[in-house]
Ligand binder design. Sequence first.
Ligand code: FES
Length: 102
Amino acid sequence: MASLIKLFPVEHLADGKMRRVTVQGQNLVIVRQGDEFFALADRCTHENYALSDGFVESGKIGCPMHGATFELRSGAVLTPPAYEDVAVYPVRIVNGLVEVEI
Ligand code: FES
């Protein structure tokens, strides 16, 4: 059963930045672009490096190791050498707090 987990206040993550969190034993990366927040599994599907050590640009997140990129909204792989999508989780803002459903 899915749970809504409170993470942190919106202002604790600046536009264009990302942050690693651990929720129920799973490592996630939370990304902010403008007023939108995204949550993805913090694990590249190529060789398991942390995406939170990588880069974010215009709707995508990139792996620091070999440069694979994934769409923030869907987790779809955009660039090899990864060929599998990354899991994404619904995010919402409630009373100024970022919450993730996992
Ligand atoms: S580990 Fe991410 S692209 Fe290779």
